[in-house]
Design a binder for this molecule. Structure first.
Ligand code: NI
Length: 257
């Protein structure tokens, strides 16, 4: 079944129909969902939600754009959350130079601290990196990220850069953008990266694939992303779904769970 590696069902865009939507997933072939925290509040939400939804697992962490007011106590709290059952990763964490706020020094400080946390609690990391490829990679190298493992989510760099992340043992998260006509670089990466290194994600409610581009996204749209990757690689959609599910279980160390 389809494994959704990156969703934000805490988002208020799901307030109207969250229960209904999540309970319809299985019948549409979605077997597992990892909900990803982006600040302290949504990390807390995730810890609670995974208790309510059997198919849901979680990640806790603070997105680079949300690090402005982060405090050392937040790292302690994230550590506690990370020990809860069904929390499988630290994320999303990283660097975002597109928005460029807060200043880079603050983003870097908390990226580093959260990688250290992941190392300490022995969980993989979910990397958010936008227009910050070199700094992200350099910081991962400096933190010995190959010993941590994880995924570069919503991958948006070149295929050449993907080689560097894969050499650190990281997976490449591919979302709905791969279905867009003008997404040349991502299509190249999808062709280049071995299927064994790719995982499926939505980043919902954002980034809905064609033919639903511009609408609210949900894991139900993952089939279009899987179809696009299958077409690019010249393999069946069933194979893309099966292999990426296995990859995701390795990524989040859920084998046997
Ligand atoms: Ni996200």
């Amino acid at each position: 079944m389809i494994f959704e590696t990156h969703a934000h069902y805490d988002d208020k865009k799901f307030d109207q129909d969250r229960e209904e939507l999540l309970s319809s997933m299985k019948e549409h072939g979605i077997g597992t969902i990892v909900n990803v925290g982006s600040d302290m509040e949504t990390s807390r939400w995730t810890v609670e939600a995974v208790k309510r939804y059997p198919m849901m697992y979680g990640a806790v962490g603070v997105h680079p754009s949300e690090t402005e007011n982060m405090k050392p106590e937040d790292i302690e709290l994230l550590k506690e959350y990370s020990k809860e059952e069904k929390i499988v990763a630290i994320g999303e964490i990283g660097l975002d130079y597109y928005w460029n706020e807060p200043e880079r020094g603050i983003q870097k400080k908390w990226f580093e601290a959260q990688m250290e946390l992941a190392k300490e609690v022995n969980l993989p990391i979910i990397i958010h990196s936008r227009e910050a490829a070199k700094d992200t990679y350099d910081m991962m190298k400096a933190a010995d990220a190959e010993e941590i493992g994880g995924v570069v989510h919503c991958y948006s760099y070149s295929k050449e850069m993907s080689r560097n992340f894969m050499d650190l043992g990281f997976y490449i998260g591919i979302g709905g953008v791969v279905t867009f006509k003008n997404a040349r670089a991502l299509k190249e990466t999808a062709a280049y990266a071995p299927i064994e290194r790719i995982v499926l994600e939505t980043d919902c409610p954002y980034l809905a694939p064609e033919p639903n581009r511009g609408k609210r996204n949900s894991s139900l749209n993952l089939i279009y992303t899987a179809q696009a990757i299958a077409e690019i690689k010249g393999i069946s959609t069933e194979e893309v779904i099966a292999v990426t599910e296995e990859n995701a279980r390795k990524l989040y160390r859920m084998e046997g769970k």
